[in-house]
Design a protein around this ligand. Structure first.
Ligand SMILES: NC(=O)c1ccc[n+]([C@@H]2O[C@H](COP(=O)([O-])OP(=O)(O)OC[C@H]3O[C@@H](n4cnc5c(N)ncnc54)[C@H](OP(=O)(O)O)[C@@H]3O)[C@@H](O)[C@H]2O)c1
Length: 271
């Protein structure tokens, strides 16, 4: 039987020479940035909120060299700038954390809003993963790309459909890309979190849903992601308690009941 990667000897995260984190302006991204800064690893941080980026730089610069880039990754020209930065800096750990979603029926939002989700969650994540892997392979370096998916990735999820579909792409692409790259010492890890107490729900509900019930803290989520990296675990679903529920709902629960349950779960999150 294969050994569970979580039981293997962990790697030393200090081995990484440069870490790129997208979505570093969120509570989760900031926790990850702080943790790697404290290991004295140089950081490239992106987000859109310039104030938060500058504060992160001020706070973390006593630990390591920090460069920040205010980029809207749903825009082609900003994404191109990041791809050029990857080519120049060749980060050996890339965490694709930037991601957005919207609660509500597909037709209750403008087409542009859905395309923004797909541009950020799928196109930008794909392009960043591609470029990071290409540059690592070119430079004969080992490295890791960590793509943040979601437990919503395996469900056809009414009223959360664009987001859940985008995360289905993230999971399937990351799992298969990892198989192609392993032979070069480059890994693509898929992180599958359940609810995290960030501003995600507030953004997805356009401000109407602020409850953090059932969510783990950003610190706990950052710890889970770091442990996944340490153990080089291909797919990590967390927290533990959602693993069984996710599999049960997906494979054993009758479909009509699954739709009813998911609809009920999401319907109080939007007006
Ligand atoms: N929170 C959850 O319950 C949960 C659960 C499962 C998976 N996830 C996933 O975890 C990741 C992090 O989400 P979060 O919880 O930190 O959400 P969040 O608090 O809403 O933060 C979203 C992050 O993405 C950035 N971002 C949004 N639009 C962007 C754009 N167009 N260009 C560049 N950056 C952009 C934001 O930057 P600015 O604020 O600077 O604009 C922010 O740093 C996402 O991939 C999400 O799908 C979250």
């Amino acid at each position: 039987m294969d050994q569970d990667p979580m039981d293997q000897d962990p790697m030393d995260l200090k081995k990484f020479s440069k870490v790129l984190i997208t979505g570093s302006t969120s509570k989760l991204g900031a926790c990850l940035a702080e943790s790697f800064a404290k290991k004295n690893i140089p950081l490239l941080l992106t987000g859109r909120n310039t104030k938060i980026l500058e504060k992160l730089k001020d706070d973390l610069s006593s630990h390591t060299h920090v460069e920040v880039f205010s980029l809207d990754l749903s825009r082609k020209e900003h994404l191109s700038r990041l791809l050029n930065l990857i080519d120049k800096h060749s980060p050996d750990l890339v965490i694709n954390s930037a991601g957005i979603g919207l609660y509500g029926s597909v037709l209750s939002h403008k087409l542009e809003e859905h395309l923004e989700i797909l541009n950020l969650n799928c196109n930008a994540l794909f392009a960043i993963s591609y470029e990071a892997a290409r540059v690592l392979k070119r430079d004969h370096k080992r490295g890791m790309i960590v793509n943040i998916s979601s437990v919503a990735d395996i469900f056809p999820y009414p009223y959360f459909s664009t987001y859940s579909s985008s995360k289905a792409f993230v999971t399937n692409f990351s799992l298969s890309f990892d198989e192609e790259l392993k032979q070069y010492g480059i890994r693509v890890l898929t992180s599958v979190p359940g609810p995290i107490a960030t501003d995600f729900r507030i953004h997805a509900s356009k401000g109407s849903f602020t409850s953090m019930k059932g969510a783990i803290s950003p610190e706990e989520a950052a710890y889970e992601i770091e442990e996944q990296i340490r153990r080089e675990k291909k797919l990590h679903i967390f927290p533990k308690k959602i693993r069984f529920g996710r599999a049960f709902l997906r494979y054993l629960f009758p479909k009509f009941m699954m739709y009813a349950l998911l609809k009920r779960k999401i319907q109080n999150r939007f007006k």
